[in-house]
Ligand binder design. Sequence first.
Ligand code: HEM
Length: 481
Amino acid sequence: MFSSMDSNISIYLTCIFSLLGAIVCVIIFAKKKNNEKESKKKLPPGDMGLPWIGETMKFYKAQRTNKLFEEFVQPRIQKYGKIFKTRLMGSPTVVVNGTDANQFFLLNEFKLVISSWSSSSVQLMGKDSIMEKQGEKHRILSGITASSLSCAGLEAMVPKICDSVESHLNKFWKNKQQISLYQMTKILTFTIVFECLLGINVEPQMLGIFERVLEGVFAPPIRVPGSKFSRAKKAREEIERVLIDIVREKKMEMEGGGAKEETLFSRMVAGMMREEIREEEVVDNVVLLVFAAHDTTSFAIAMTFRMLAHHPNCFSLLLQEHADILSNKRAGEYLTMEDTKKMKYTWQVVRESMRLFPPIFGSFRKAIADIEYEGFIIPKGWKVLWTTYATHYNEDYFPDHMAFDPSRFEEPIQPYVFLPFGGGPRMCAGYQLAKLNILIFIHFVVTRYNWSLQYPDEPITMDPLPFPSHGMPINIYPKKL
Ligand code: HEM
């Protein structure tokens, strides 16, 4: 009897110990799994460099010679993969590369990330410009901007742009044998933004003051006499006084029932009268629009002409497109929106030039929450940098990627691969205006002038936006019309 009881107890104990063992195993296994999961949520690989300064100097050095991708981004992609960490200008930063990353971070604007500009840019553009706005405020401002920059708004602008280009050529190109293409297109873009988009007459001194503001946008925010930033801040105060007077004049004119013509400026002032936006917001957004359009459009034009000079076959095809459009016009008749839609090959050439020479290399965002992406964690407060190069210079999307081949754009390009104008809620508001400005300018120049580059291989510098280091001087010879 005892022996059968003993054997029952021992079976009982064996069962209990086995059960306990199983529970311990399950706990250990679950803990291990959890630890594995936790350890997977690690920071991306990379080198944070020296305290505070991090890898800023290496970044600037690569940027200055327009080799940001070749000398900074690509070697790190090879070493660490498409997502890597670094430290730039005092901020821990994760550089993300590729279509999926572009889509993820650009579409998650306002939800996981917000745009992040340097302190100098914010002080000079103003904290009330669209680039600093989030959520509802951003929606109101982009609504006002979009109403003028939509296709319907732009159609009315085409003859005005033609007029501005014609006056520009008469004033700055006529009887000249040489001009600086980059400088000239800056003047023209400035005039187009002010006169065609905003409906504000350009006073002679305004461009100079604006250029001084723009020179300080990426300089260190040190306000000591003689510094770039200090000069820029003074210029900003000067331009602010001029713009406040213009805003108040416009408001009085509109209150008195004048100002029939709707421009982006009158829409902003109307928004101010409805108390949707404040006077400071109107001023800051005028400054921002000039900044956003100025160096970008001029660089896109300059690089298009450079590529055309290097690829005479492409130039012949482009010239034919403009000769065909011109042959259907009466003497002196301006282009229409329909004509610009016929400039398909020209737009391919411009896009291919912007693929190789993007006017904006990418932009910084700031994480507003801890972000889990591709098995890594990007802590709240860290910066995220997406770049155009990572997809523009990728063999998978653009085979023989350094070759200039406008035919790549005959077929639609997969989303988030070609991003000279960015994407998501912060996609360039002036994309269509830039397109018209560039196409119409090319039409006038190639149908009226023969031209050649003075320095076919002029170096490109970045500070931090790219520009041809000698201003791209060209020789010009008027065509006999
Ligand atoms: C070739 C010429 C241009 C290029 C390559 C370009 C490129 C860009 C890019 C990449 C962004 C997005 C920046 C980001 O994601 O943080 C942007 C934003 C913007 N662009 Fe352009 N741009 C050009 C011309 C213009 C013009 C002509 C205007 C208007 C006059 C303009 C107005 C804006 C504005 C207002 C934003 C800010 C949008 C926002 O924050 O919601 N751009 N541009």
